[in-house]
Write a protein that binds this ligand. Structure first.
Ligand SMILES: C[S@@+](CC[C@H](N)C(=O)[O-])C[C@H]1O[C@@H](n2cnc3c(N)ncnc32)[C@H](O)[C@@H]1O
Length: 202
C-alpha cells in the first residue's frame, strides 16, 4: 500500500472527514448494534485498525473493549487524541500493526481496507492473522458490490467487494467466517460487514 497516497489524501482533510462522516452520530444504528455486540464478546486487547478520527475506538472502549486506535495518517491520530482524551491512539499501518504474534483478542477494520489494491488484501489479512490469538475476532465493514471494482471514493480510489469474495479471502488467511451482513440504504453505497474468528488451537 502506498502510505504516502493515503496520507496526502486524508491528512489535509482529516477535520473535514470528521465533520462530514466521522462521528458516532453519523453511523448507522444497525452498525452500532453489531459493533456493541461484537465488543461484548472480545477476550484480550483490540486494535481499531485505520481508526480515522477515533469515534469507533471510543465506542468500542465504552462497550468494554481494551482498545487502541491506529492509523497511518498522523493528522487522524492527533485529531482522535484531541477528541477522545485519555484513549490510546498511535500511528501505524494495516500492513504492520506493531504488536506481538497472537497477542490480540480483536481487530476492528471498519472501512479501512477499502483503499487496498485487491492484490494487497491477502498480506493485510495475514498480518491480522499473525496478530490475533487463536479464537480472536475480526470485524470488517466495506462497500459491497457485484464484483471487485474500483471507484472514485471522495477521499481516494476505493474498491467494492462482493461479500462472497471477501469471505473467501478472509477464509484463505486462516479465519472462520461467523457472520455476514449486508445493507442497502437509499442514496448510499451498499454496505457489508464480515465477522470472523482466527482459527487455531485456543
Ligand atoms: C474511510 S476511512 C475509515 C475511518 C474509520 N474506520 C471510520 O469508520 O470512519 C479509512 C481509514 O483507513 C485509514 N487507512 C487507509 N489505509 C491504511 C493503511 N494501510 N494503514 C493504516 N490506516 C489506513 C485511513 O487513514 C482512514 O483513516
Amino acid at each position: 500500500m502506498n502510505h504516502d497516497a493515503v496520507r496526502s489524501a486524508y491528512g489535509p482533510r482529516a477535520l473535514e472527514y470528521r465533520t462530514a462522516v466521522g462521528s458516532i452520530e453519523h453511523t448507522h444504528p444497525a452498525d452500532r448494534e453489531l459493533v456493541a455486540a461484537w465488543a461484548a464478546g472480545l477476550k484480550g486487547p483490540v486494535v481499531d485498525a485505520g481508526c480515522g478520527p477515533g469515534h469507533w475506538t471510543r465506542f468500542l472502549a465504552e462497550h468494554g473493549a481494551r482498545v487502541e486506535g491506529l492509523d497511518v495518517v498522523s493528522e487522524f491520530v492527533a485529531l482522535a487524541a484531541e477528541l477522545s482524551p485519555g484513549f490510546p491512539f498511535r500511528v501505524g499501518s494495516l500492513e504492520d500493526l506493531g504488536v506481538e504474534d497472537s497477542s490480540l483478542g480483536g481487530i476492528f477494520a471498519w472501512y479501512s481496507m477499502i483503499h487496498l489494491e485487491p492484490a494487497e488484501l491477502p498480506a493485510v489479512l495475514a498480518e491480522f492473522a499473525r496478530c490475533l490469538r487463536p479464537g480472536g475476532a475480526l470485524l470488517t465493514g466495506f462497500f459491497e458490490g457485484p464484483e471487485v471494482e474500483r471507484f472514485p471514493h471522495a477521499m481516494m480510489p476505493a474498491y467494492y467487494w462482493p461479500v462472497d469474495e471477501l469471505v473467501s479471502k478472509v477464509t484463505a488467511a486462516g479465519f472462520e467466517v461467523l457472520e455476514t451482513h449486508r445493507r442497502a440504504d437509499t442514496g448510499r453505497r451498499p454496505h457489508a460487514a464480515v465477522a470472523a474468528r482466527r482459527l487455531g488451537r485456543t
